[in-house]
Design a protein. Structure first.
Length: 76
């Protein structure tokens, strides 16, 4: 049985994950500071919005301004 997957928004990562993250799974993204967790999630959310998904970003570590500043690096 094939598992339906959703894109991470990062084509190279989707290849490693055999097409993306399994749909309807909860996934925890963890790692040390500076490893790219926020950037990965911003790509994932941008891809979701692009295809019409509703998205929410919850963080206990970063300010709204920090998230906006990081997102503004990209041309979504």
């Amino acid at each position: 049985m094939d598992i339906e997957r959703v894109s991470t928004g990062v084509p190279e990562l989707d290849k490693l994950l055999r097409g993306g993250i399994p749909k309807n799974f909860f996934v925890a993204v963890t790692g040390e500071p500076g490893t790219g967790k926020t950037i990965l999630l911003l790509h994932f959310i941008a891809k979701g919005i692009e295809i019409g998904d509703k998205c929410i970003y919850i963080t206990t570590e970063e300010s709204r301004e920090s998230i906006i500043r990081q997102a503004s690096q990209f041309k979504w």
